[in-house]
Design a protein around this ligand. Structure first.
Ligand code: HEC
Length: 152
């Protein structure tokens, strides 16, 4: 075997071992690793960034009295609009642990309920309280899981 080919092979073997280990070793803060393929990971993380974006619009809308923007931002993250998302990777559902689904389901339903509450008359206090409750799911899930790259 020539040296170059040997080095490439060694590199490939090491990368494979590292990916496998990464999925099983504890990262030091006790989170369960969820091994996702690149499209699954891209989908999940896009949803996450959309959560932050919507929360920014909701809190900004509440502060500025722009309820319509807040209602729309909350509804956009709710279960009603997302349960049949055609972009949801077909391979993803089977990988999601039960506890993950509970956190995710409560988050989505919480945004639906928040959209409804925001549509009613009243001050910002109650919707903010509801948003805080919804965000306990963000905190809980982030404390429980991390994403790692699935072995190819
Ligand atoms: C069902 C579990 C779950 C829920 C619910 C959840 N997240 Fe996440 N989120 C994750 C995981 C897992 C990661 C990846 C963390 C890691 O690998 O270190 C993540 C990553 C993120 C990221 C980083 C995105 C990126 O592009 O890297 C943001 C921002 C985020 N979440 C925001 C939120 C917000 C805000 C909420 C609540 C409205 C939320 N998440 C709810 C599991 C969840």
């Amino acid at each position: 075997m020539n040296i170059k080919l040997g080095l490439v092979l060694a590199g490939v073997l090491c990368a494979g071992t590292l990916a496998a280990e990464e999925a099983t070793i504890d990262d030091g803060n006790g989170r369960t690793a969820l091994a996702l393929t690149p499209p699954e990971k891209a989908y999940v993380l896009l949803q996450m960034r959309q959560f932050v974006e919507s929360i920014q619009i909701i809190t900004g809308g509440l502060a500025d009295g722009d309820k319509a923007a807040a209602v729309e931002a909350a509804a956009a993250r709710g279960l009603k609009r997302n349960q049949n998302d055609p972009a949801f990777p077909s391979t993803l559902g089977a990988k999601l642990p039960q506890e993950w689904k509970q956190f995710g389901g409560s988050t989505r339903k919480g945004f639906d309920a928040l959209a409804e509450a925001l549509g009613k008359d009243g001050d910002a206090k109650q919707p903010l309280k509801q948003l805080s409750e919804v965000m306990k799911n963000c905190v809980g899930c982030h404390a429980s899981y991390r994403v790692v790259d699935a072995r190819p």
